[in-house]
Design a protein around this ligand. Sequence first.
Ligand code: TXD
Length: 314
Amino acid sequence: MRKKIALIGGGQIGQILAMLAAQRELGDIVIFDIPQLENPVKGKALDLTEMAPCGDYDAKVTGTSDYKDIAGADVVIVTAGLPRKPGMSREDLLAVNIKIISEVARNVKQQAPNAFCVIVTNPLDAMVYVFQKVSGFPKSKVVGMAGVLDTARWRAFIALELGVSVEDVAGTVLGGHGPTMVPLPRLTTVGGVPLTDLLDKPAIERIVDRTKEAGTEIVKLLGTGSAFFSPAWSAIIMAESYLKDKKRVVACAALCEGEYGVKGLFIGVPARIGAGGMEKIYEISLNDGEKAMLSKTADAVRQTVAECKVEATA
Ligand code: TXD
């Protein structure tokens, strides 16, 4: 039997998620959105159904505004909420998105209690926290998508700067999804060569800064809404690793309970995703400078989370 993937939110990212999940034959796909957008998501689902003969995939794709249709989903990817407009910070979305994520979490708990849940909605680190608190799901079943994207941006900018293939740039970005995130130049390599041997400090600093502001750079260019292709692909990587038990080690917002000196917060850390969900957090021996930056990003996340007064239902 095919796996079932529920996409909560069928907007910009949701529709690309549906296309990628179908093309990779991850399972049957249900796109959920609010009743006012039921027809548009039904239309998107039908369009993807009609794309299948050319796209060469078998997947049932449906659109709905009835949570019953996500019953028994194996994976739930949540993009429901409002995106940023130019001039807005991710935190400006907090109040409205807390309400939306709480409602989503209650319904997912009811209809798909065993799902592996990937949260994408901003402000990311707070929204994944709210989802886990309200659903009461174990930490292995709730992760936030940000680190895969932030790392992809870091790798892309390095590849651009050096004129090399992105495939050979390896590295990671830790911390919260915002300007305090922590790209790690010391641990980044290009075909095995340390980045610090390839670029001087100012060049690396420029790429670090661009990575931190990459989402905002796109928001400004688009004029309305935020990035959608790269966030969708990033979430698919996490869902696929779970569904295929690939055991990929990727940066994701995972619940830290002492790791990196952080307690009770979701922040971006390298984690293994397999059939058990978020199976393990890997700790890096950071130097003092990196530790200080991580502590700063954890403080920023803690501050946002403190504003989320949510009722746990579990
Ligand atoms: O790295 C990351 N985590 C991110 C996160 C990178 C880019 C964008 N990121 C955030 O994802 C962004 O700030 C937003 O909070 C989400 C979704 O972005 P998207 O670009 O897909 O936003 P859209 O196009 O507005 O789609 C959101 C959909 C839209 O169709 C709404 O009608 C729907 O969410 N929505 C809901 N669905 C279900 N239930 C409720 N209550 C609901 N409310 C709105």
